[in-house]
Design a protein around this ligand. Structure first.
Ligand SMILES: [Zn+2]
Ligand SMILES: [Zn+2]
Length: 436
């Protein structure tokens, strides 16, 4: 089989990989890279015409945002993904298309794309021409999958984005009984220093900082991706309020997080068994917790800012590249009692990363703002850290080759040095074809 990378090569974003045999060409993911300048996979139109099918690992825009572009360029074959992935893609893409109306896609592009989607079940062999494809739970967000591709002789496993540990909502990736000679792995937190502290330790620090703010009437903004981190952080806050360990202050939930919360709820069968039984066996449904105040009208935002009370605002976007978080930040940044708590990955070139790095002047809607609020970072990540990434190859029987994708270049090199002791390792290069 041949592997070619159209993106996520030496960067986090625009994941798009072609796997081909003599008879078949498929794409794994087709994402874009959000940031100050949006970037797309480097794939030419001729190549798009030859794609027989697309398989999407999960619904984050850096793995599926290029689908409307592919459709417009003439791709009309099937797009395979799990049921929750297809539902979440619809929410995220409809928002993306609304914000990018200048891209002039055909009017009903989302409906057209929907007619191409086909559901693929976890852990069932799926025959596609000369290939056997299998989706395996990846533990990253609802519906996320590792994808295994076999041509009868060789097998490639692609992690998509992966998390090995169980979270409040999901089980960790299911790496039992995987055999493959080639692994394509994400490396978001692949650096030597990317070792996350124990969850308990993070939880304690986070509770301390929130309880401290509650005393001073200050407001906390928690920017979050609409899918994954938002639901985890909401369940975390809800648990600690209910247990009495966290002060009961309002938690405002603004933006697409709410829609996605509903998708999680009706796909709870894809969540952890403990969560399913908690909902079935008791009256308590954390998805509908009274601790969450849903912001369903824009004018509530001014009320939240003006009200003299401590509160937490969980809102999009996760890396402060747009969305309601920009409004809250513009109103709350000048007060040193307020806090911005970063819980997810902040890509280079995003405002989130700049704030994390200590920038103290920002521009929102042409207005320059002094940043006085405290910026704090907590690792509640949906990605494997370095320790977990090192575990993945050990769990795959017969592994020989590793391609590293979806990581910053320095981190890729550090992980390459480690994996090279045992495997044939390559840092994926843009538009280069490899034979395995
Ligand atoms: Zn992801
Ligand atoms: Zn990703």
């Amino acid at each position: 089989m041949k592997i070619k990378f159209f993106g996520a090569a030496g960067e986090v974003g625009r994941s798009c990989i072609m796997i081909s045999t003599d008879k078949t060409k498929i794409l794994l993911d087709s994402g874009i890279k959000l940031g100050k300048n949006e970037e797309y996979p480097v794939i030419d139109d001729e190549e798009i015409k030859n794609i027989d099918a697309i398989f999407i690992s999960h619904a984050h825009i850096d793995h599926c945002g290029f689908l409307p572009f592919l459709y417009s360029k003439g791709y009309k074959n099937s797009i395979f993904a799990t049921k929750p992935t297809i539902e979440i893609i619809n929410v995220l893409l409809s928002d993306y298309l609304r914000l990018n109306s200048d891209l002039n896609f055909e009017k009903n592009i989302l409906n057209s794309l929907n007619s191409r989607f086909k559901i693929i079940d976890y852990k069932k062999d799926f025959k596609f021409r000369d290939l056997t494809i299998k989706f395996i739970p990846a533990g990253h967000i609802l519906g996320s999958a590792l994808i295994s591709i076999s041509d009868g002789k060789n097998t490639i496993v692609y992690t998509g984005d992966i998390n090995l540990l169980k979270t409040r909502l999901l089980n960790g990736a299911d790496l039992k009984n995987i055999a493959a000679d080639t692994l394509i792995t994400e490396t978001t937190y692949g650096g030597d220093k990317d070792i996350f502290p124990e969850e308990k330790q993070v939880a304690n620090q986070l509770l301390n900082t929130i309880n401290e703010s509650a005393k001073t009437n200050s407001k906390i903004i928690i920017p979050s991706f609409a899918v994954g981190r938002a639901q985890e952080i909401l369940f975390f806050l809800d648990d600690y309020i209910n247990s009495g360990m966290m002060q009961k202050i309002p938690i405002y939930v603004d933006g697409m997080i709410n829609k996605v919360l509903r998708i999680y709820r009706h796909n709870v069968i894809f969540c952890r068994k403990e969560l399913q039984s908690r909902i079935l066996m008791s009256d308590y449904d954390p998805f509908k917790s009274k601790n969450f105040k849903i912001v369903d009208r824009k004018n509530i935002r001014n009320y939240i800012i003006a009200k003299d009370e401590p509160c937490i605002i969980v809102t999009t976007s996760g890396m402060l590249t747009g969305g309601p978080v920009m409004f809250y930040l513009s109103k709350l940044a000048q007060n040193e009692n307020n806090k911005l708590i970063l819980v997810g990955y902040q890509a280079q070139g995003t405002l989130g990363r700049d704030l994390q790095d200590g920038i103290n002047k920002i521009t929102i809607n042409n207005a320059e703002i002094d940043v006085k609020l405290k910026v704090e970072t907590f690792h509640i990540s949906a990605h494997a850290d370095r320790k977990q990434l090192e575990q993945i190859p050990l769990k795959i029987r017969g592994l020989k080759n590793i391609f590293l994708v979806h990581g910053e270049i320095g981190k890729l090199q550090q992980l390459e040095a480690q994996f090279s002791k045992k495997y044939n390792v390559k840092i994926a290069q843009l538009n280069t074809e490899y034979e395995v």
